[in-house]
Design a protein around this ligand. Structure first.
Ligand SMILES: C[S@@+](CC[C@H](N)C(=O)[O-])C[C@H]1O[C@@H](n2cnc3c(N)ncnc32)[C@H](O)[C@@H]1O
Length: 216
C-alpha cells in the first residue's frame, strides 16, 4: 500500500483551492491509507473545493474503498464575504451566495477521482442523523464554531469503527494561533477525555486519534 500520493495526485492537491498545507495533507493521506485497510468508507466533513478530498479519494482508491465527503457548500462563517478566508470566486453570481460545489466537481474530475467519491450535499448534523454504517476514518474539517465542531464530533465519531481513525483539523492549543477559535481543540480534548481514542503522532494543526475503546 502506498504511504504517499503519486506526483500527479499531489500536484492536483496543490493546485486545488483550499486551506490544507501540504505537510498536513501528506499526513491525512498516510492516515487514510492506514484506515482504508479496514475495508470501510473514509468520511470527511468539510469538502469546500475538494482539496483534502483529493487525498482521501486517492487513498480510498488504493484501498478499494469509497471516500464520502459532506458539505452544504455555502461556506463556513469565516469564509463569508467580509471575512478573512473569503474567496469571491466561490460566490454564485445569480444567488449572491457561496457555492463551492461546482469548483469541487471540477477539481475532482480533473484529478480523475470522481468514481471514488460520494459527495453528500447538506448540513452535517442532518446527514449524520440518518447515517448508520461503520467508517474506517472520520476527518472533521467543517464549521469551526463550538456548535458545529461539537455536532460533527457527536454526529460522526460514534461511527468510527474499532481500530479506525478520527482526524481533527485546525487544532490550536494556543488561542493566539487561530482567529477562527478553538472549538476543534475542545473537541480533540473531549475525544481524548472520553477514553475511547488514543492519539497517534500527526503534524501541524492536524490530530489523529485511533479508536481503542467504545463510546465518544
Ligand atoms: C475549512 S473548510 C474545509 C476545507 C477543506 N477540507 C480543504 O481541504 O480545503 C470548511 C467547510 O465546511 C463546510 N461546513 C461548515 N459547517 C458545515 C455544516 N454544519 N454542515 C456541512 N458543511 C459545513 C463549509 O461549507 C466549508 O466548505
Amino acid at each position: 500500500m502506498p504511504t504517499a500520493p503519486k506526483p500527479e495526485i499531489l500536484a492536483a492537491f496543490e493546485a486545488a483551492k483550499g486551506f490544507m498545507p501540504v505537510r498536513e495533507g501528506l499526513a491525512v493521506y498516510e492516515a487514510a491509507v492506514e484506515a482504508g485497510r479496514l475495508g470501510l468508507p473514509l468520511l470527511e466533513v468539510g469538502t469546500y473545493c475538494g482539496r483534502s478530498t483529493i487525498l482521501l479519494a486517492d487513498a480510498a482508491r488504493a484501498c478499494g474503498v469509497t471516500a464520502v465527503t459532506v458539505d452544504h457548500h455555502r461556506g463556513s462563517e469565516e469564509q463569508q464575504p467580509g471575512w478573512e478566508y473569503h474567496d469571491p470566486e466561490t460566490v454564485d453570481p445569480e444567488l449572491g451566495l457561496m457555492d463551492t460545489l461546482p469548483t469541487f466537481r471540477r477539481t475532482l474530475h480533473r484529478a480523475g477521482l470522481e468514481d471514488h467519491v460520494i459527495a453528500l450535499v447538506g448540513r452535517s448534523p442532518l446527514i449524520a442523523k440518518i447515517w448508520n454504517s461503520p467508517l474506517g476514518l472520520v476527518f472533521i474539517d467543517g464549521g469551526h464554531t463550538d456548535e458545529h465542531a461539537t455536532a460533527d464530533y457527536e454526529g460522526w465519531a460514534p461511527h468510527v469503527a474499532e481500530g479506525g481513525l478520527l482526524l481533527i483539523h485546525d487544532v490550536f492549543p494556543d488561542p493566539e494561533d487561530e482567529f477562527t477559535g478553538q472549538a476543534p481543540y475542545r473537541v480533540y480534548l473531549r475525544a481524548l477525555d472520553s477514553g475511547a481514542f488514543t492519539e497517534i503522532p500527526a503534524t501541524g494543526s492536524l490530530r489523529v486519534l485511533r479508536r481503542t475503546g467504545t463510546g465518544i
